[in-house]
Design a protein around this ligand. Structure first.
Ligand SMILES: Nc1ncnc2c1ncn2[C@@H]1O[C@H](COP(=O)(O)OP(=O)(O)OP(=O)(O)O)[C@@H](O)[C@H]1O
Ligand SMILES: [Mg+2]
Length: 456
């Protein structure tokens, strides 16, 4: 069901139901009050008759005279004895002839309908001739009153129908004006959807805060999507560019091998070496790229648990110094340190920086772990080739390498620091790189206090 129809239907039904309940209440209260006031008048009349009967001589003639005096312009008085027999009946019209109620010990009243006529009756016990107790039943025709009840009923039904129609029309106008900006937004959004673009939408004029928020959120989403697509496009472009070189090398060497491989052993040797090197490079590139896509797997990023960081660092240092046949010094005053991070990602992060320090320097690499304020600073320092100042803000970009020719030889893909940045961001680790050309590079990683527990 459309939102518009829903709002219209719900509000109209609610208002009409409320109106019906209120109108029924008004009708019943009005009718009851009117009947009660008639009954009350009849009671007063009965009291007056009783008073006069007490004062009189209690002869049949006297009694009759008193009752005639008190007869209503349209009504009757009936005297009923204990055996429910009519002792006396005085009436203004024949319609009262059959009106008789059974004898009751107490005072009673009643609303009676006979055919098209409506009456109220009050019955009171009185002392009649010979001290006999009888019921004095006074009847009054209230057809006029009843007509006014009927009128009221139709007025209320009519007003309910009128209010229903008015509510429905007003509702239509209001919902239309409320939903108009939403429809405008939907139209704009679907236009953007059809053009497959990432356009922003202007906020609709004179609209509500909620719709402004919706527009802003939509625009933010569009911005994110367009950035994401741009990122993906450039990643694909960069990746295919990076893969092109090894593929070209493999292709040309394999062609050479086809032609001369069987006859010239030195060509065979060189060709196989080159193909093997490039294949290794491609496999490294592919694994790095896979690494990047795995960051989109949120569940992996959430595997956070506590581990002893110094132990882990010592293990990484040992492993890297053995594999690269290089001396790596590790210094710290901290005895033990528990870190609450994603251990796997932390190892990867440190490996990327130590790997660079080893790759871009010939001298020893120094790693130190110190406490500053309440945070912990992990420093990786090399005395290598350094990074030129103008490249410092680019080294974290994908596939960026300061010296492409040189890093080709060292086998770098230019993805290491990009991966490091992503890991640092997910684990809330700060990175600061200081470097001077031909002097060396110092990387400082800040692990915030909330993720660590230090034991000295
Ligand atoms: N410690 C360092 N000393 C000098 N230059 C560095 C250092 N670390 C990074 N760089 C420069 O920054 C570039 C980007 O580094 P990054 O680690 O992202 O890529 P890579 O080392 O070339 O390849 P990968 O790490 O993917 O194998 C490097 O190519 C290098 O030019
Ligand atoms: Mg690297």
């Amino acid at each position: 069901m459309k939102l518009r129809t829903k709002i219209q239907l719900y509000t109209t039904v609610m208002i009409v139901l409320t109106l019906i309940v209120v109108n029924i209440f008004v009708y019943i209260s009005f009718k009851n009050n009117a009947i009660r006031s008639e009954v009350h008048q009849l009671e007063n009349r009965a009291i007056n008759i009783i008073k006069e009967l007490e004062k009189s001589n209690k002869t049949k003639r006297d009694n009759e005279e008193i009752i005639v005096n008190h007869l209503l312009s349209d009504g009757s008085v009936t005297v009923v004895d204990k055996s429910n027999k009519r002792k006396l009946q005085i009436m203004t019209k024949q319609q009262y002839r059959n009106l008789i109620e059974n004898y009751k010990e107490k005072q009673t009243d009643k609303y009676i309908t006979r055919g098209d006529h409506h009456f109220v009756m009050v019955s009171v016990p009185v002392l009649w001739e010979d001290k006999e107790t009888v019921n004095l039943q006074i009847y009054e025709n209230i057809d006029m009153k009843h007509e006014s009840f009927e009128n009221l009923k139709w007025i209320l039904i009519g007003s309910t129908i009128m209010v229903t129609i008015i509510t429905f029309i007003l509702n239509m106008i209001i919902t239309h004006s409320i939903l108009k900006p939403i429809h405008l937004l939907i139209n704009k959004m679907s236009k953007i959807h059809k053009t497959k673009g990432y356009e922003k939408i202007e906020s609709v004029e004179n609209t509500s805060k909620e719709l402004d928020d919706l527009t802003d959120t939509f625009n933010l989403m569009m911005k994110r999507l367009s950035e994401q697509e741009e990122k993906e496009q450039s990643f694909i472009a960069n990746a295919s560019h990076e893969l092109k070189t090894p593929i070209t090398v493999i292709k040309s060497y394999s062609e050479m091998l086809k032609r001369f491989g069987k006859t010239k052993p030195e060509v065979l040797e060189e060709g196989l070496d080159a193909i093997h090197e490039e294949a290794k490079r491609m496999s490294y590139l592919a694994s790095q790229m896979l690494q990047i896509t795995s960051f989109h797997d949120q569940s992996k990023n959430e595997e956070v648990r506590s581990f002893e960081l110094i132990n882990v660092l010592q293990r990484i240092v040992k492993k890297l110094s053995v594999t690269h046949q290089r001396n790596i010094e590790f210094k710290t005053h901290i005895k033990s340190l528990n870190a609450k991070l994603n251990q796997e990602q932390f190892i990867q992060l440190i490996t990327i920086f130590i790997d660079n320090a080893i790759k871009y320097s010939d001298k020893d690499v120094v790693i130190s772990l110190n406490q500053r304020n309440k945070n912990v600073i992990l420093q990786i320092e090399d005395k290598g080739i350094g990074i030129p100042a103008e490249s410092l803000d680019k080294i974290f970009n994908r596939f960026y390498r300061v010296d492409k020719a040189r890093t080709r030889k060292t086998g770098g893909s230019g993805l290491g620091l990009y991966i490091a940045k992503e890991i640092a961001q997910t684990n809330d680790i700060g990175i600061d790189v200081q470097s001077e050309l031909s002097q060396g590079t110092t990387v400082k990683l800040t692990i915030k206090e909330q993720y660590i527990e230090i034991f000295n």
